[in-house]
Design a protein around this ligand. Structure first.
Ligand code: TYD
Ligand code: MG
Length: 458
């Protein structure tokens, strides 16, 4: 077969003008360091597409188009299935992002075993770790299935495709996209042009062969996934794996999913034998909660469609500084400023002269405005040194006029609190009309809160 000559050009990412060679500054828009290399003509690295003739598709009417549901495979990990929207769709292209050392390789290796046990062929390509390192990890994880998992240490995408053709796996895992490269591009691995081209080739491979492809992407210092979000557009699903390195728990979150809902989460715990699933995260986060405490409140949070009970702690002390100190761990500092101001204005709490410390227990990060009421209650309790009943929990958003605003998913939040034995739930009065009160009120006491003033009554 006649080899096609590889031609590349450099395109400005700001204005789109192309030039035949690299320049530090774009000659058209004058921006610096914005030229990336692009392949113009190339021989495809995998030959599946050569063999298969592409048939032009005929347009169809939307209501006549029969939807063929794709098969979903269970990964052997319920928490991972949940984040994927109910299992792994064959032929999907999935990006798993996360900070280095958080456990991405461990998660996918454990998943490989779950898939292999169902008879699926998994090809795990590690461009970062040697074969010994990967097999040592497999030993540590106590992986039993050794017949359907193939491992390879390779950085060249051309030779990865070469092996793929021989093995014909059902699932291909590439660890990581920043370390694989195409030799036809002159730039080094990890650069924007390499990442884009490699990801593009893997995408057409996934779509044309119905192979599920997982790519691992490292998060850059400023929190971006594998460069300036360029991968996120190409893939079907973006999973982000994060957690506080000082704690054992890890959250797997779907940020984008063409086959399911976003913001679904899976909870794991890192142990000496790899990742363990946490099927009841609320119990996990409230494990160390003592009995009745001053300044400690239980908040019923929502992560995706999953309710999660967690503890918010507050401490207030008289300040000796001209500008009192405000510290918040795991909660938005601006909301703390706002809630403090509202409490001072409507309840005369005197918190503006106090140093305030707020902590989300367990290293969780909550951005939901529904946490406002729990924060306010914790602050009132800390300031007045009044303990809060240990079997009560809170949710509701606070407005600037001191009103409590309705929140979404109130029924799910109440059910989760009931499940864990909470007896009294403080919630916005605005939620009354969305709830089937008769069904719920038998088991728990619902305390309807209209304004912030109602919080300071008991
Ligand atoms: P790893 O999967 O290599 O992270 P990533 O691929 O995201 O960089 O996991 C790295 C960390 O996990 C490492 O610090 C050690 C820890 N670990 C355990 O605590 N237990 C285990 O069984 C394994 C395999 C790893
Ligand atoms: Mg790794």
């Amino acid at each position: 077969m006649k080899e096609l000559k590889v031609k590349t050009r450099f395109v400005c990412t700001k204005c789109g003008v192309s030039s035949p060679k690299w320049q530090g500054q774009c000659s058209h828009c004058g921006q610096w360091n914005c030229l990336i290399e692009e392949v113009l003509t190339k021989a495809p690295s995998f030959s599946h597409s050569n063999k298969r003739k592409v048939k032009p598709q005929e347009p169809a009417l939307l209501n006549q188009q029969e939807y063929q549901s794709k098969t979903r495979n269970h990964t052997g990990m319920t928490e991972l299935d949940r984040a994927l929207g109910g299992g792994l769709v064959s032929g999907s292209y999935i990006l798993l992002g996360g900070a280095p050392g958080i456990g991405k390789s461990t998660l996918l290796l454990q998943m490989a075993e779950g898939l292999a046990q169902q008879g699926l062929k998994v090809f795990y390509v590690s461009a970062e770790e040697s074969l010994q390192q990967t097999s040592l990890r497999a030993k540590r994880l106590n992986l039993k299935d050794k017949h359907n998992i193939f491992i390879l240490n390779e950085t060249s995408l051309e030779s990865i495709f070469h092996h793929v053709e021989k093995i014909k796996p059902n699932v291909l895992i590439v660890d990581s996209i920043q370390t694989v490269q195409l030799s036809e591009l002159s730039s080094t691995s990890g650069t924007i042009s390499q990442v884009r081209e490699c990801a593009g080739q893997l995408m057409s491979f996934a779509k044309s062969t119905e192979t599920t492809v997982f790519v691992i992407g490292h998060i850059t210092k400023d929190g971006q996934l594998a460069g300036p979000r360029l991968l996120e557009h190409m893939v079907d699903t973006v999973l982000s794996f994060d957690g506080d390195p000082h704690y054992h728990f890890r959250l797997l979150r779907a940020l984008k999913n063409r086959f399911g809902a976003v913001n679904e989460i899976g909870v794991f715990q890192m142990s000496s034998q790899g990742l363990k699933e946490v099927s009841n995260p609320s119990e996990f986060f409230l494990e160390e909660r003592k009995e009745t405490l001053v300044g400690s409140v239980v908040f019923t949070a929502m992560e995706g469609s999953r309710p999660l009970l967690c503890e918010i702690q507050a401490l207030s002390l008289r300040s000796y500084l001209s500008i009192p100190r405000r510290t918040s761990i795991g909660l938005d500092i601006n909301r703390l400023h706002m809630i403090t101001a509202v409490l001072d204005r409507y309840l005369n709490t005197g918190l503006s002269q106090c140093d305030i410390f707020l902590n989300m227990v367990g290293g969780l990060k909550i951005t939901e405005p529904a946490a406002d009421m729990a924060i306010a209650k914790a602050l009132i309790s800390a300031k007045k040194q009044k303990p809060i009943d240990e079997l009560s929990c809170f949710f509701g958003e606070i407005g600037l006029t001191g009103e409590i605003r309705a929140c979404t998913f109130s029924e799910e939040r109440i059910r989760e609190a009931q499940k864990l034995g909470f007896k009294k739930i403080y919630l916005p009065v605005g939620n009354k009309k969305h709830l089937n009160i008769k069904k719920i009120a038998e088991k728990v006491q619902l305390q309807w809160i209209k304004s912030i003033k109602d919080l300071d009554t008991d």
